[in-house]
Design a protein around this ligand. Structure first.
Ligand SMILES: [Zn+2]
Length: 257
């Protein structure tokens, strides 16, 4: 993919992940009806241009709708991962990154999955920002092998190349770390997360679900249609229907006393 395509892709994803379904439909209509019909008609374009403008309008409108759906499906998958993953070892490396990303997102970080295959430096799996501070995460879905000091040193090198202090580094693994690796990380300030501390991170965040619109926590509520979660922030209209997930509603009810 060219740089321009990647940029367009990113902008589209950034756009569709911020808007509601209704806005997406409205935008698609504006693009299609406005850009593809009204504008060329008002300008009195010849038929051939008109057909082309119509086509471009339709493609853009479809891109908005499909993009919006894709982002929602992906968010749903992430949520599912944290809620129902009982054995993290079943996850493939990419799913593992997703899971770690979702946990951090619920801890208040803005998370960007870097897609390690494309990046020049395979040592950054997640790029985080919170309160204007940047951190990077390396995820190693190893189960049998223990993470050694060499891995820590390589990660330190990456942090240096990114002009980040060592304490901006988080190393996550499903296995554990060697004594020497722990010592090295502690001296430098790198945060280590092994399988047991990852489990406790998940336990802490698995019940607090963020609003899909603004990321603030959501409150359990009930209407005549059944249980649903609504955003705690007053003016935000973010919500999620729980009518098809009675188990989730029960789980939330049990701990809200
Ligand atoms: Zn909200």
């Amino acid at each position: 993919m060219s740089k321009a395509e990647t940029f367009l892709d990113r902008s589209m994803i950034a756009l569709v992940s911020r808007i509601s379904g209704r806005t997406a439909v409205a935008l698609a209509l504006i693009l299609y009806v406005g850009g593809g019909l009204i504008l060329p008609l008002t300008l009195g374009w010849p038929t051939l241009f008109l057909v082309e403008a119509n086509l471009v309008g339709a493609v853009l409108a479809a891109a908005v709708c499909i993009g919006w759906l894709m982002v929602r499906v992906e968010a749903g998958n992430r949520r599912h991962l944290v809620e129902w993953t009982t054995d993290l070892r079943l996850l493939d490396p990419e799913e593992f990154e997703w899971l770690v990303g979702e946990v951090l997102r619920r801890e208040g970080w803005t998370v960007r999955e870097t897609g390690s295959q494309d990046s020049p430096d395979g040592n950054i799996d997640l790029d985080l920002t919170r309160h204007g501070q940047r951190s990077i995460v390396q995820c190693k879905r190893w189960t049998a092998m223990v993470v050694g000091v060499d891995e820590i040193r390589r990660f330190l090198g990456t942090l240096m190349r990114e002009h980040l202090p060592a304490n901006a580094g988080i190393f996550v693994t499903l296995s554990s770390f060697t004594e020497q690796a722990r010592k090295e990380a502690q001296e430098a300030g790198i945060t280590l997360v092994d399988s047991s501390s990852l489990y406790s991170h998940i336990e802490k965040v698995r019940h607090a679900e963020p609003c899909p619109e603004c990321g603030k926590p959501m409150i359990l509520d009930r209407s005549k249609h059944g249980w649903w979660l609504r955003c705690a922030a007053g003016r935000c209209s973010g919500k999620r229907d729980l009518s098809r997930e009675p188990g989730r509603a029960i789980e939330l009810l049990m701990q809200s006393d």
